[in-house]
Design a protein around this ligand. Structure first.
Ligand code: SF4
Length: 678
């Protein structure tokens, strides 16, 4: 199928492109730390397309230069309504640095993976520049960086407690979470002539106001006052205690309004919107994306993050797992917003029509693949709930964990004539597939789903994330006991054998998590060795803003119990935790013997490195040390575990044909890629 695209099929990024659309003035200008990929997995594109759907004239300035004369901040002038600023799909510090604070070699959201185009603390940098140049034009900040730094938070990279990002950025308003609902209300009110400075009661937004000013009243909202930023600076335990309120209010159906004093101002965080309805989330995915990077990048090389997701489908947002190291529910919410089957199948059809699509969908998933269409059986019970997780420590009896809609969806996708195979690349909550753990579910449904996934949607290896083997650490992580992983492995092995599939089960683990001690790591190594695993990848824990684990890392207190807790922090402690994963490497064995002898754990030593036993694996086994590669990517946005599509992206036909001398554009076509000769 040929699809005709013009330069004006993308949101404009330059004055010239605005002219093509006949626009002399813009309503909103967005600044983003990512390259512009016009795809529903990329937040800036979603917001741009949404605003466009309200009839606004929107332009996007991707990766503006902050090292020259700041021309990028002036080239489009000032907008009629407001500037929108985001660091991009990820927090800029996670994009720019590894878990051990080394600068990354690549930026996945930039053509060719080039680094250096996104400043550190991008939201603050861009907002400050805009505020300096256009002090009278409102600046709205959003995206994951703004969202997760909306209140006093620990910043791992500067090793400091920072105030709300509103304070440092000088922005006028902050939209947290997914932006569609608050932006709709903001735009509607502004179109009616309501001044920006009066937008004080919009849900899912935050702002600062002088302490002496009275707070806007809303009879439906209960105010929850946090300890002030200064009190947090003075006492780590106070900071930790704040987090319980923040997490609970952010996850409620009808949360309270959060207030926090910062100097002579008060931070006001309005409650979140209820979960998006099916028609609302469908509408967002159905916007007229080209699903491609802007043509300006055609000669600069592929954008790795786009290559990773261009043939994948996002089925839902949100996660009710509540893992204590994860930011998904803080950003996307605990309740699941699912797309309709029709909307998903329509997108499958779009992907299948892409010229370079070869019949393989890399992922049908979400933050956790197997939460699609799941919700409380009785919503009124959920409305009053404050539990951070619906599946930990046990699966809530009010949660409908039916997997039938997913089995049905996967089979419907595979019926598409152009789909040869569809993979589930997103993480699967394996514990929900274990009948002894998921007592709510019909065991037959669980078996059908598991068999469907293992038989038809796995490419050689099924990756799941038990994260640890120690019950003490798992409890803190809000993850189930490792015994459930043993049970899942039995189910996996049975299907694998019966169907003669020869698949591998790959468990993922985290090192240096709060409460994880050397002995726990030794035990993990011994237990997984006993199960026949050759551990390949380990993620070092990265303390990103707004997680329980990060609060513990910084403060040393659990925010719910205020119990004291330890975290491995020094480079040496982290390295030592890490070495146990690679016990089979000769260079680690003497150290492991010495360490376990020193703490008197001869039992673990005998399991791990028995005298006269086989203490190495086959030579060709390649372990991958990803200690420095920990990323905190919202899985609903980009699936970090799916593999990038191999091969170079064919850019034929994607090039801009804007003639410098003309103010019009020629249509250009996406052509089918030529067949390569063997
Ligand atoms: S009641 Fe159960 S299903 Fe509903 S939000 Fe609470 S834990 Fe989740």
């Amino acid at each position: 199928m040929e699809q005709e695209l013009r330069l004006s099929s993308w949101l404009p990024t330059t004055k010239k492109e605005c002219k093509i659309r006949g626009w002399d003035e813009l309503d909103v200008i967005l600044f983003s730390g990512d390259a512009y990929v016009d795809h529903p997995s990329f937040g800036p594109a979603v917001i741009g397309r949404l605003l466009e759907s309200y009839g606004l004239r929107v332009a996007i300035v991707p990766q503006p230069s902050v090292t020259d004369n700041l021309q990028d901040f002036e080239k489009l002038g000032k907008p009629r309504l407001f500037f929108g600023v985001t660091s991009g799909v990820m927090d800029s510090m996670v994009s720019n640095y590894t878990a051990s604070k080394r600068r990354r070699d690549k930026d996945a959201y930039t053509p060719n993976g080039d680094k250096g185009l996104r400043p550190d603390y991008a939201t603050i940098v861009y907002s400050k520049i805009l505020k300096e140049k256009y002090p009278d034009t409102p600046v709205l900040i959003g995206g994951i960086e703004a969202s997760l730094r909306r209140v006093t938070h620990y910043d791992y990279w500067s090793d400091k407690l920072k105030p709300s990002i509103l304070k440092e950025s000088g922005a006028d308003i902050l939209v947290y979470g997914m932006g569609e609902q608050p932006l709709k209300e903001i735009v509607t009110l502004m179109q009616k002539g309501v001044p920006f400075s009066s937008l004080k009661t919009i849900k899912q937004t935050a702002y600062l106001q002088p302490k002496e000013e009275p707070l806007q009243k809303n009879k439906n909202w209960v105010d929850k006052r946090l300890s002030s930023h200064e009190a947090c600076l003075a006492d780590k335990k106070t900071f930790a205690a704040n987090f319980k309120t923040i997490e609970q209010e952010s996850n409620k159906t009808y949360g309270g309004r959060i207030l926090q004093d910062i100097d002579d101002e008060v931070l006001v965080i309005n409650p979140p919107y209820p979960t998006m309805l099916e028609k609302e989330i469908d509408a967002s995915f159905d916007l007229p994306y080209t699903r491609l990077p802007h043509p300006k990048y055609s000669k600069r090389g592929p954008i790795p993050a786009f290559e990773m997701i261009k043939f994948s489908i996002n089925t839902h947002r949100g996660c009710f797992g509540g893992c204590s190291f994860c930011t998904i529910s803080a950003h996307q919410g605990k309740f699941i917003a699912s797309r309709s089957k029709e909307s998903i199948l329509k997108e499958v059809d779009q992907v299948a029509s892409m010229p370079d699509f070869k019949g393989y969908l890399s992922d049908i998933g979400g933050p956790s693949a197997n939460m699609y269409q799941m919700k409380g059986k009785v919503q009124e019970i959920c409305d009053k709930c404050v539990a951070p997780s619906c599946i930990n420590p046990v699966i809530c009896s009010n949660l409908d964990t039916s997997h039938a809609p997913m089995t049905d969806l996967y089979q419907a996708v595979d019926k598409h004539p152009k789909i040869k195979k569809s993979f589930i690349g997103s993480g699967i909550r394996y514990d929900m597939l274990v009948p002894d753990f998921n007592k709510n579910a019909d065991p037959q449904e669980l078996e059908d789903y598991t068999e469907e996934v293992i038989t038809n949607h796995v490419s050689g290896r099924l990756k799941v994330a038990p994260e640890h083997t120690s019950d003490k650490v798992l409890k803190l992580m809000r993850k189930p006991s490792f015994s459930n992983f043993h049970d899942f492995k039995k189910i996996f092995d049975k299907i694998n054998l019966r169907k003669k599939l020869n698949l591998q089960l790959i468990p993922y683990f985290i090192s240096s998590h709060p409460q994880s001690e050397i002995e726990d790591m030794a035990n993990m190594a011994a237990e997984t060795k006993d199960m026949g695993f050759q551990l390949e990848q380990v993620q070092g824990f990265t303390p990103t803003p707004m997680t329980v684990a990060t609060v513990i890392y910084y403060s040393g207190y659990h925010p719910y119990t205020l119990e004291k807790m330890d975290t491995p922090k020094t480079a040496q402690e982290k390295e030592e935790q890490h070495r146990f994963f690679f016990w089979y490497k000769k260079e680690n064995q003497a150290w492991i013997r010495k360490s376990l002898t020193k703490i008197g754990r001869h039992d673990l030593l005998n399991k791990l490195l028995p005298k006269g036993g086989t203490n190495t694996y086959k030579k060709d086994f390649k372990s991958k040390n990803t200690f420095d590669d920990t990323v905190d990517v919202p899985k609903g946005i980009i699936n970090k575990k799916s593999k990038p599509t191999r091969g170079k992206r064919n850019q034929d036909g994607f090039v801009s044909v804007l003639d410098k001398n003309k103010k019009t554009e020629e249509p250009f076509k996406k052509r089918k890629p030529k067949k390569r000769r063997r």
